[in-house]
Design a binder for this molecule. Structure first.
Ligand code: ZN
Length: 357
């Protein structure tokens, strides 16, 4: 059997790109498997990604005709995320995968050290079955964007609790986190976040995942930083889609507190005169998220008996000494997780896109 035996997902109604409970920052599952309700048990027991064996956390959305009620092992290509339950077709595919030697699909928007971010439009070109048919390598890469997004979403669903919300990939942008091995030059996507193209709530992120083998390295914080930097470039203050999962809440609380701490500590003065609006304007974090974060950091001090009465945040001031102590205790680095100078300039992005046509 050739690589064609690798399964392609159905062309419609797919794409679990998340929603409720989107954000899973580096961490362990919110619910240990022993406490999980039976219908939340993963139906793919082990997934093989390239040469890594990983235990899924949640039920998959892989087609039931493929995985049935339960499957012991599913093989997933580490470059294009196509999948197979058979080892031989999987190995055959990995020899000829069109993305093996290529960049991930989409345009590179950010590059720093050994990490880069590619932006993929889930709508770009329709799926062509019997894909990769032409001799033009570049055309192959763009024509597979939708299929790629679907397969990436299916893999991500193994680690995301999406409450059976299905979305069409065509309404989302996908931001792929790629790691390059400095010695071998081998590239691999190790996480991603998705973002609705049209969000009435200005949501800057729908779903975030760093694949389990790469968690606990601060990469979730980097993806969140990218999502806020994109908001800044669009001039729209927003945040992740809510409600957040427990994991998402923890990851975002860490991101918001560290970001706020950096801004406050970089502002001269004892108890700074920064208002919530100032903080929001400089971080692009929603005021409601800033308020919740400052409360959780316990760095607010209430003014003595104002006319309005104490208790409200408006009557509180930030205690910079407390915040500095908080930052020291939590080992907050003054260097942000994202380097705004490492974004690829618009002009260079346009060139990349043209070279794909
Ligand atoms: Zn592949």
């Amino acid at each position: 059997m050739g690589p064609e035996a690798m399964q392609a997902p159905p062309s419609t109604g797919l794409a679990p790109s998340s929603s409720h409970n989107g954000a899973a920052a580096p961490a362990t599952p919110a619910t240990p498997s022993s406490q999980r309700p039976a219908n939340m048990e993963p139906n793919v027991i082990n997934v093989v990604l390239g040469d890594l064996l990983i235990k899924p956390w949640y039920p998959s959305f892989y087609p039931e005709e493929l995985v049935g009620r339960k499957i012991e092992r599913l093989y997933v290509c580490q470059w294009c995320f196509k999948y197979s339950k058979e080892l031989i077709p999987f190995l055959g595919h990995t020899k000829v995968c069109p993305l093996k030697e290529a960049s991930p699909p989409g345009a590179k928007i950010y590059a720093k050290d050994s990490y880069s971010i590619h932006e993929v439009d889930g709508e770009q070109h329709k799926v062509r079955y019997g894909f990769y048919p032409t001799s033009q390598h570049a055309r192959q890469l763009t024509s597979c964007a939708q299929l790629y997004s679907q397969n990436l979403s299916l893999f991500g669903k193994l680690f995301l609790d999406t409450k059976s919300v299905f979305y069409d990939v065509t309404t989302f942008l996908y931001y792929l986190l790629t790691s390059t091995n400095p010695t071998t030059g081998a590239r691999q996507v190790i996480g991603f976040f998705s973002k609705e193209k049209m969000s009435w709530d200005n949501n800057n992120l729908a779903c975030i995942l760093v694949f389990p083998p790469w968690q606990r390295q601060g990469l979730g914080q980097m993806l969140m930083g990218i999502s806020y930097e994109l908001s800044r470039r669009e001039g729209r203050i927003g945040g992740p889609e809510k409600p957040l999962s427990e994991l998402g809440r923890r990851g975002y609380t860490a991101y918001w507190s560290a970001t706020i701490a950096r801004v406050v500590l970089a502002t001269p003065g004892k108890n700074t005169a920064l208002t919530l609006r100032d903080l929001s304007d400089s971080t692009y974090i929603l005021i409601e998220d800033i308020v919740a974060t400052l409360k959780s950091m316990a760095v607010l001090e209430h003014r003595p008996a104002s006319k309005k009465g104490g208790g409200a945040v408006e009557d509180a001031v930030l205690n910079k000494a407390k915040l500095r102590r908080w930052a020291l205790e939590h080992g907050i680095s003054l260097i942000p997780p994202v380097d705004s100078g490492a974004f690829v300039k618009e002009g260079e992005r346009a060139e990349q896109v043209q070279s794909l046509e």
